[in-house]
Design a protein around this ligand. Structure first.
Ligand code: FAD
Length: 409
């Protein structure tokens, strides 16, 4: 028996819940299918010391704000889970947990959509795919060349240092995850090697305000996808952390704390790492991004005749120990590698002609040329902010899709 329903939302993260908020307001019948629990990725794909990377005052979804004692503090991951559970209860969201969608196809007779799950089939006029921007961990093929004695895992499976065998750790990737994990391991007393790629530094606080304040003041999060060249959209990873009360993620300072910085990892030959000679250049680019950001804030303040406290002269960056151009994993006592090398989408279960050659959905603001199929929560779905939880960033996109669904009905 197929269950008939107007709209199926696939995914019970913040995007799926936000969609539910707008569909409920419009009086549209719907169900959310979630293979795990509400906010599953915040429960099972973040490390123990992880904290939301933006201050508490930014944690909100349509109609619901995070309640806390200190709006300027940074919520631990478990609080984000509590917030999402609270939102689901507040919405009385029709979530069915433990229901995994294995196949989405079009019914040949009715033109409606068949959503096949581990718990029966749904037939729907509309389907909103809200399965997240960070679906499958990417681990480079060179991981197959790592000596078998070395333990390997992706950043999404890292919890804490006790999970790893004793010894030094190589972290590959210097985005927010790689840097936060490297610091976490360093604080646990591990010797850490960090392979550094392209990244963009940001100040945690500048001229008296948190980074989150400035990005919204500068309006960068409101940039629309078509106005930013694809190259810039891919951009380099922004370094932020909310751990330990929030601090500047500064690779120079990390080196000062004993983390050995390496160039980009190009390959592995036996126990020898093949490293690019690009550490100095990557650090310089990251530093330049920081200066550009500060300059943009200064210009904004001047142009608008605003008053903000002047920034103290930054401390002189400590001299980097000379770059490590070679590393032998065995000699360095490396017992584990953490691949902080990102994620990719996985829509193999969607059997509809709506993807480009690279497997990316062909859409405009989440609307596909096939009527009734929608995407929500992807990076750059419509604006730079589209995928983020903070500041109800996806609300505009969800409201737009709810309008489309209502108009179809
Ligand atoms: C390490 C890390 C740290 C981050 N930190 C922050 C931060 O501090 N602040 C911030 O704003 N953003 C942060 N982000 C980004 C944020 O996690 C995502 O933008 C956000 O989780 C996306 O929400 P979503 O609802 O679109 O997707 P998700 O949270 O990924 O939810 C998608 C849901 O779909 C379910 N699902 C997937 N496939 C199926 C299926 N076939 N059937 C049924 N259910 C399915 C999943 O179980 C999941 O619960 C971070 C991301 C990462 C990777």
């Amino acid at each position: 028996m197929k269950e008939q329903i107007n709209t199926v939302i696939i995914g019970g993260g913040h995007a799926g819940l936000t969609m539910s908020y707008f569909l409920s307001r419009a009086g549209r019948e719907h169900v959310i299918l979630e293979r795990g629990r509400v906010g599953e990725r915040w429960r099972s794909e973040r490390w123990d010391s992880f904290c939301f990377q933006f201050p508490n005052w930014t944690i909100e979804l349509p109609g619901y704000k995070y309640q806390c004692d200190d709006p300027d503090a940074f919520a631990p991951g478990r609080e984000v889970v509590r917030f999402l559970d609270g939102y689901s209860d507040f919405l009385k969201a029709p979530v069915r947990c433990g229901v995994e969608v294995a196949l989405l196809e079009r019914a040949s007779d009715s033109g409606r959509y068949l959503v096949n799950t581990n718990n029966g089939t749904f037939e729907a006029a509309n389907v909103v795919i809200a399965t997240g921007p960070y679906q499958l961990p990417v681990i480079p093929a060179m991981s197959a060349d790592v000596p078998k004695t070395i333990f390997q895992l992706h950043s999404n499976a890292y919890r804490n240092a006790s999970q790893l065998p004793p010894g030094s750790v190589l972290v590959v990737g210097s985005g927010a995850s790689g840097c936060q994990i490297a610091d976490d391991l360093n604080q646990s007393g591990r010797q850490v090697y960090l392979s550094v790629g392209r990244h963009s530094r940001r100040p945690r606080k500048y001229r008296g305000k948190d980074y989150a304040y400035w990005v919204s003041a500068l309006g960068t999060t409101e940039q629309i996808v078509d106005t930013v060249p694809e190259q810039l959209r891919k951009g380099s990873e922004i370094l932020l952390t909310g751990a330990n009360g929030g601090y500047d993620v500064n690779l120079h300072a990390m080196a000062g704390r004993g983390i050995a910085l390496l160039g980009h990892l190009q390959g592995i030959n036996g126990s020898a790492l093949i490293l690019a000679d690009d550490l100095t250049q990557n650090l310089a680019r990251g530093d330049e991004a920081l200066e550009n950001f500060k300059r943009a804030v200064d210009d904004y303040i001047t142009k608008n005749g605003l008053e903000f406290p002047a920034e103290r002269e930054p401390a002189v960056e400590s001299e980097l120990p000379s770059p490590v151009s070679r590393l032998n994993l065995k000699d360095a006592g490396v017992s584990a590698i953490i691949w902080a090398t990102g994620f990719r989408c996985n829509f193999e279960w969607v059997k509809l002609p709506i993807f480009d050659d690279g497997g990316q959905p062909l859409h405009r603001r989440g609307v596909i040329r096939l009527p009734g199929i929608y995407f929500l929560g992807l990076r750059w779905l419509y604006k730079r902010k589209s995928a983020f939880l903070r500041s109800a960033s996806g609300a505009e996109d969800a409201a737009y899709l709810a309008e489309q669904i209502t108009a179809r009905s």
